[in-house]
Design a protein around this ligand. Structure first.
Ligand code: ADP
Ligand code: TRP
Length: 327
């Protein structure tokens, strides 16, 4: 049996280049390596922790499904499903909460960031968010979890909880390992000190931006003083971010790009980069599946996911001495 790999993305609006390079692109490469049994889901329960419109939610869920397919996730090779359709992860969240000291959750960087970004909507879901994420992973017996580096702290908690549960109740869970993308942190185009994030839309290149928008955004991306095209995270963070993006999308090493643009200015570099980005994101414009097709794919994925989680929940409950559901 191939090891299981799982990851999810929240349906919270338009996906951006950070999601692509930090997550989606990596998902597809891992799927196509043929080495794993892959599950990719849409983390709709997680997404309830930030302000949302119920009318938009269904569209946002289908938009992530659409992006999965556009990126190259193939329902014949990977299981694609919606988190809330297999709600056993919320059940396991409760169980995990009983072995988690509150301090472990309050100190999480993402919780602090989100609480600071939206002080009017600090809720318990934001606090227990990493437990639901741990449950998502442990319930599927996943050995590998591809994520951007902002999720490493959460993954470490999942590992700690797996160990703790196993020590207390007997071997039940696999300790999951992160698989980091090569570009695990894409920075914002208008502030290279911050990561590109939906919460700062002005610095985002969205996957469905038009060619004109992409050209314009890259042209006005913050670069640093001087004119040399050289990777230097400390002194040239803006340019280094653009070089990483260029390198990752064109699959050419940064050194080769530095040579190509030796003696040339930022203008030419940015024009070429914009073309590379437009080309790489083409599939996000062309593919447009009908909602009925997307729903059929999600339903078929759900059936496969359900089988796995029902069996795992049985095992967990028996370890805890809880009664099984009968009938
Ligand atoms: P956002 O931070 O925009 O809300 P999500 O939290 O929904 O994005 O992230 C979905 C996936 O994309 C995660 O695996 C996360 O690590 C990755 N990701 C998000 N932003 C970036 C970024 N700027 N660089 C690299 N990966 C990212
Ligand atoms: N927390 C992840 C994010 O914000 C999404 C997520 C939820 C996830 N459950 C997961 C990622 C399980 C990997 C594995 O991006």
């Amino acid at each position: 049996m191939k090891p299981i790999l799982i990851s999810g993305i929240q349906p919270t609006g338009r996906l951006h280049l950070g999601n692509y390079l930090g997550a989606l692109k990596n998902f597809v490469e891992l799927q196509n390596s043929g080495k794993y049994q892959c599950y990719f889901f849409i983390a709709d329960y997680h997404s309830l922790t930030i302000d949302f419109s119920p009318k938009q939610k269904e569209k946002e869920i289908l938009a992530v499904a659409q992006s999965y397919l556009a990126a190259g996730i193939d329902p014949k090779k990977s299981v694609i499903f919606v988190q809330s359709q297999a709600p056993e992860s919320t059940e396991l969240t409760w169980i995990l909460s009983t072995i988690t000291p509150p301090g472990e959750l309050n100190r999480m960087t993402q919780f602090k960031d989100k609480a600071q970004n939206d002080p009017n909507n600090i809720n318990m879901g934001l606090v227990t968010y990493p437990l639901l994420m741990a449950a998502d992973i442990l319930l599927y017996d996943a050995k590998f979890v591809p994520v951007g580096d902002d999720q490493l702290q959460h993954l470490e908690l999942a590992r700690t909880l797996a160990r703790k549960f196993n020590n207390k109740f007997g071997k039940t869970f696999i300790e999951p390992q992160a698989i980091l993308a090569k570009t695990a942190r894409v920075m914002s185009l208008d502030n290279p000190q911050k990561k590109m994030s939906k919460t700062l839309p002005s610095g985002c290149l969205f996957l469905d931006d038009s060619e004109k928008e992409i050209m314009q955004k890259i042209k006005s991306a913050v670069t640093d003083s001087g004119s040399e095209i050289k990777y230097d995270e400390k002194n040239k963070p803006g340019l280094s971010n653009l070089l990483s993006i260029y390198s990752e999308l064109s699959e050419r090493p940064v050194m080769e790009l530095e040579k190509k643009y030796y003696g040339k200015g930022y203008g030419e570099f940015k024009t070429d980069l914009a073309k590379v980005v437009v080309n790489s994101l083409k599939s996000f414009h062309i593919l447009n599946h009908q909602p009925s097709i997307l729903n059929a794919i999600l339903n078929s994925g759900f059936k496969k996911a359900k089988k796995q989680v029902v069996a795992k929940m049985k095992e967990i409950k028996s370890k805890l001495g809880l009664p099984q559901v009968s009938g």
